[in-house]
Design a protein around this ligand. Structure first.
Ligand code: PGA
Length: 256
């Protein structure tokens, strides 16, 4: 089964509304027609509705970087999935390592958010990834297994098919140290095998697994050439139109 590649830009805490609008305009123009791949941008909350207006009718999707695990209520400073839909989002990033590390998000909370996002019609991008000391002490697969199982706990097959997973080794995020294509592939294939064990082959074959961590124009093609890498979750290189367009337009060398 072929999975449609997805290139997702995580703008993190960058860009004023004016800057976001400028970047969105440039992307809309350069990525006018995407036939065999998806592109997604995830600006900060403050720019979502302005960027949504620009992207209307384009092939670039809009997503948020986080959401609350409630629909509404007295949760000062939080943003609900209903508000994200209202602002034009169809995706939401959940459990990014920066949320886990700086805001103490646990996989149990990520799971709650994930189920609520799905119930509200948003596509969750659930992030998992090991830290440097975990990799160096040989715990990568244990960490990935626990995070994946707990974050995706109790999803139905249909729900899992509508979920995107992002493998982002924490040591590779924003550091310029990308995992080698082989290192990334090894973990992607492990995650797909985990899904296979619980949900069977057809679900496992249909779930998109993105790689994140210093994805750049000069490494995207070799990452995308790996059989279990279905796209990228990109921070730094998504902030410049030219770089992000190049990532979306990745080319896998043909082995024909
Ligand atoms: P980076 O960030 O591309 O700047 O390493 C990736 C991410 O955090 O999603």
């Amino acid at each position: 089964m072929s999975r449609r590649p997805l290139m997702a830009g995580n703008w993190k805490m960058h860009k004023t509304i004016e800057e976001a609008v400028q970047l969105a305009n440039a992307l809309k123009e350069a990525l006018a027609k995407l036939n065999d791949r998806d592109a997604l941008v995830c600006p900060p909350f403050t720019s979502l509705s302005s960027v949504s207006e620009i992207l209307k009718g384009s092939s670039v999707f809009l997503g948020a970087q986080n959401m609350n695990d409630n629909v509404q209520g007295a949760f000062t400073g939080e943003v609900s999935p209903v508000m994200l839909k209202d602002a034009g989002c169809s995706f939401v990033i959940l459990g990014h390592s920066e949320r886990r590390q700086y805001y103490s998000e646990t996989s149990a909370l990520v799971n709650q958010k994930c189920r609520l996002a799905l119930a509200q019609g948003l596509t969750p991008i659930v992030c998992v990834g090991e830290k440097l000391d975990e990799r160096e002490s040989g715990k990568t697969f244990d960490v990935i297994k626990t995070q994946t199982k707990e974050s995706l706990n109790n999803l139905s097959s249909e729900q899992l098919k509508s979920t995107v997973i992002a493998y982002e080794p924490v040591w590779a995020i924003g550091t310029g140290k990308t995992a080698t294509p082989a290192q990334a592939q090894e973990v992607h294939s492990f995650v797909r095998q985990l899904i296979n064990e619980t949900y069977g082959e057809s679900v496992a074959a249909s779930v998109r697994i993105l790689y994140g961590g210093s994805v750049k124009p000069d490494n995207i093609d070799s990452l995308m050439a790996q059989p279990d890498i279905d796209g990228g979750l990109v921070g730094g290189a998504s902030l410049k139109a030219g770089d992000f367009v190049r990532l979306v337009n990745f080319q896998v060398p043909c082995n024909c």
